[in-house]
Ligand binder design. Structure first.
Ligand SMILES: NC(=O)c1ccc[n+]([C@@H]2O[C@H](COP(=O)([O-])OP(=O)(O)OC[C@H]3O[C@@H](n4cnc5c(N)ncnc54)[C@H](O)[C@@H]3O)[C@@H](O)[C@H]2O)c1
Length: 382
């Protein structure tokens, strides 16, 4: 296949900047695509960081102002790996300039802001993808296939958890470059937008729309020193967030996320129980899908652990030989491969920003319910 270059301008030299840069560099080595990403420019407010990053990853140039990057005629794709409070202004400017856009999750600080982003990309007609990368873990993609094939039958229960333990210390400050996730003015919310957003996106993909939610949140450490102001300030993000949900298909759910589950670093798990079969997945064992099928002969019936590494499993034919595993970073390569293929075929790749807006509305409903103590209906995306 003849390859055409696609010039990438990536914003943010942090954690996600690395996962996305790695995907841009490797995708053409493993997937047969018409478009080949070229690392044209890296942009970060911190110039030193941008220079070091450009050097390490092979970017051709650096920028420190996102407006300059977006103005550049030699950039085709804007890849936003920035803190949540700047997603909207950058994405809207990129759409107005006619650029293709990938944006990290959550799409924005709240539903209102996310609507503006969706309007901007729809008006501009530019390809857009929100980076809910868990959809592209082969085991989760396989779960989607099993559900869509009807193997689980009618679904009764959805159960998701995302547990961490890194903010338990009272002496941990908030804000600034390293701890913006604890500052509501930059993050929008706490674990709801950060961790639950992933659980919600996977859930709506696998099990359809969520109609209503009933939530509770907690802030365990009420005040922390702010790294920018130097003052002790009120903590306004949710440290823990739990909610009950009803799906449109009649199934019911529990979701839980916290940064106070001692011993857990990133335990994302979900289980789905259907009339005929159940499935379960665990990020710490990410290449396995647990599957129980009640239709099996009773004497051998039991949970089976599917090692999702065979050539006919989603994405796996692009990697090594059956039995060999891949990891976290590959989910970003897969979503990029799908996005590039979508551009070549002129088709949107899911999840689009519009689906990011659905998750944003659910997060808004969760926070609203936690505040009012009532069930809240989820706003519908038009
Ligand atoms: N998909 C996932 O699993 C996943 C995981 C982690 C983070 N995220 C999301 O990715 C985004 C970035 O998170 P991160 O962990 O990479 O953050 P990070 O703090 O590691 O990196 C952010 C970078 O952005 C730079 N920056 C901040 N404001 C800027 C601006 N206005 N212009 C240019 N550069 C600016 C900072 O200097 C920093 O280098 C967030 O939206 C987060 O929610 C997604």
């Amino acid at each position: 296949m003849i390859m055409k270059n696609l010039n990438v301008g990536l914003l943010g030299c942090g954690f996600m900047g690395r996962t996305h840069s790695n995907a841009h560099r490797r995708v053409s080595n493993f997937f047969d695509l018409e478009l080949k990403p070229v690392l044209k420019a890296i942009c970060d407010v911190n110039e030193e960081k941008a220079k070091a990053f450009a050097n390490q990853w092979g970017y051709e140039s650096i920028e420190t102002d996102y407006r300059k990057l977006i103005e550049r005629k030699d950039i085709d794709l804007i890849d936003i790996c920035l803190p949540n409070n700047v997603h909207a202004e950058v994405a809207i400017a990129a759409a107005k300039a006619g650029k293709m856009i990938i944006c990290e999750k959550p799409l924005a600080m709240n539903g209102k802001e996310a609507e503006k982003i969706v309007n901007a990309v729809e008006k501009a007609g530019v390809p857009n993808l929100i980076s809910f990368n868990y959809r592209r873990f082969p085991a989760i993609t396989l779960a989607k296939k099993l559900i869509d094939d009807g193997r689980l039958g009618r679904i009764f229960h959805y159960r998701a958890k995302f547990l961490q333990d890194w903010t338990i210390s009272k002496s941990l400050p908030q804000g600034g470059d390293s701890l913006w996730r604890l500052d509501a003015k930059v993050a929008g919310s706490g674990v709801t937008g950060d961790l639950l957003a992933h659980c919600i996106d996977t859930a709506i993909w696998l099990n359809g729309n969520i109609e209503e939610v009933c939530a509770m949140t907690e802030i365990f450490v009420k005040e922390r020193k702010h790294l920018i102001t130097g003052k002790v300030e009120k903590v306004e993000i949710d440290d823990a967030s739990l909610f009950l949900a009803r799906f449109s298909n009649g199934s019911i759910a529990t979701f839980e996320a916290t940064r106070y589950a001692r011993g857990h670093k990133a335990l994302y798990t979900f289980e789905i129980n259907g009339e005929e079969a159940s499935i379960a997945w665990d990020l710490h064992d990410s290449h396995r899908l647990q599957y129980f099928d009640h239709r099996d002969e009773s004497i051998v019936r039991g949970w089976r652990s599917i090692h999702v590494t065979d050539g006919d499993h989603p994405y796996m034919k692009h990697w090594w030989v059956p039995g060999l595993t891949i990891g976290y970073e590959h989910s970003f390569i897969h979503q990029l491969a799908d996005f590039l293929e979508g551009i070549s075929k002129g088709k949107p790749t899911r999840p689009t920003f519009k689906e990011g807006l659905i998750t944003q509305y659910i997060c808004d409903a969760v926070l609203n319910s936690a505040q009012t103590g009532k069930w809240v209906k989820v706003k519908k995306v038009k």
